[in-house]
Write a protein that binds this ligand. Structure first.
Ligand SMILES: *Cc1c(COP(=O)(O)O)cnc(C)c1O
Length: 397
């Protein structure tokens, strides 16, 4: 069967909510993907910042295979060892005290919102609490996560959403302060905005939010679903700031390919929020995803991946500076670590499509940003190869 036949077949039976790239991916190896025609792609998209270990990592695959043969699902009515180990390891790397496993990022956001609302409810018994979220944020597509997503285009068709959400401008502390009142129970933000255009939080901005939250017993929820798990050069992006969230979310690279997310919290929040009967999930935290998360965290340590990210990202930043200097249509770059955005004056879709032709996978963020979120295991030689391909693409568009 050729590519067109696969693509037509998919479009006949899948709900059309994606304009997909015209490629049918077949298998991967290291930081490369291969399509059904055997064409090779250098992957700087990593399935949207998921495949931190690249493809076909032997120890990771082995751990999953062994777990499949043992036990994949139990429900949360019983204990299982892999998820207990994964939870302990996640608490170690994050400094959080308690975790809840979900099946996706959006569900982790749902849980974080519920925990924050319940915390405030226990404190004062009111049922009109408000949450402050950021413009240009992205927290997912479920109704609750959508309610705190700062993109009217995503939200509007599905209104009414959750009530009591106010939007402030990212990196504008006065706009946050203007939203705070006696009903505010939480402030939610991405430490580095991903989908909205790769904007890192300014140090003073995030740290001031942290101070305000502590003073007023408002919970700080940091969404680390895209920027966390080593991508920004620290295990979690917030660890580069003098701040600690009360609740945080993780997903994407957390399972390196298995569907898993987490919302985690401090003991202080855990003791005064969700209790048996308040929240649950059938799949979440099953032994299969537990084994994956557990192995991922071990491998981050073994490969010293966070340190590696810092080194290779510094090199990539230098090389991209050259591209910015050499091309009028690239006006700048921003980001942290291996979460990078190139700002372009050309239609970003034309560039990502041309890159596909060239055998390079990159994606967009916002209207004018080329987003690069490669596997964290890339080496300098892959950066060089990406730059070569990118230059050829930019020469053509
Ligand atoms: C991808 C993403 C989500 C949603 O995760 P899903 O697994 O797609 O539900 C939430 N927040 C951020 C910052 C993300 O990048």
């Amino acid at each position: 069967m050729n590519k067109e036949v696969y693509m037509e077949g998919a479009e006949e039976s899948l709900l059309h909510v994606y304009n997909r790239f015209p490629v049918v991916l077949d298998h991967g190896e290291g930081v490369y993907l291969y399509d059904t025609d055997g064409k090779k792609y250098l992957d700087f998209a990593a399935g949207i910042a998921v495949m931190a270990l690249g493809y076909g990592h032997e120890a990771y695959n082995q751990a999953l295979k062994e777990q499949i043969d043992k036990l994949t699902h139990t429900s949360n009515l019983y204990y299982n060892v892999p998820v207990m180990e994964a939870a302990r390891k996640f608490c170690n790397i994050s400094g959080m005290d308690r975790v809840f496993f979900t099946n996706s990022g959006a569900e982790a956001i749902e849980g974080a919102i519920k925990a924050a609302r319940k915390y405030a409810y226990i404190r004062d018994g009111h049922t009109d609490h408000e949450i402050i979220a950021m413009e240009h944020s992205f927290h997912g597509r479920t109704m609750g996560a959508l309610s705190v997503t700062g993109n009217a285009h995503y939200r509007e068709p599905f209104e009414p959403l959750l009530g009591g959400v106010r939007f402030a401008s990212y990196n504008d502390i006065d706009s946050v302060k203007a939203c705070i009142n006696g009903k505010t129970c939480a402030i939610i933000l991405e430490t580095v905005q991903g989908e909205g255009g790769i904007y890192p939080a300014d140090k003073e901005f995030l740290e001031e939010i942290g101070r305000i939250c502590r003073q007023r017993d408002i919970l700080l929820i940091l969404d680390e679903i895209q920027c966390g798990m080593g991508r920004c050069g620290t295990m979690f992006a917030w660890q580069a700031y003098d701040v600690k969230p009360d609740i945080m979310t993780s997903a994407k690279a957390l399972g390196c390919g298995v569907p898993v997310g987490i919302f985690a919290m401090t003991d202080q929040v855990a003791k005064q929020s969700l209790v048996p009967g308040d929240h649950g999930t059938t799949y979440g935290g099953n032994p299969f995803v537990g084994a994956a998360v557990s192995k991922v965290i071990d491998l981050f340590e073994e490969l010293q991946l966070v340190e590696h990210v810092r080194q290779v990202a510094a090199y990539m930043e230098e090389q991209l500076d050259q591209v910015v200097a050499d091309y009028d249509c690239i006006t700048g770059q921003r980001g942290r670590g291996l979460l990078r955005g190139l700002v372009t004056t050309r239609p970003v879709g034309a560039i990502t499509t041309e890159a596909l032709q060239e055998g390079l996978l990159v994606i967009s963020a916002g209207q004018d940003v080329i987003r690069m979120v490669p596997p964290l295991v890339i080496e300098r030689e892959h950066v060089d190869e990406m730059i070569q391909k990118l230059r050829r693409v930019l020469d053509r568009v």
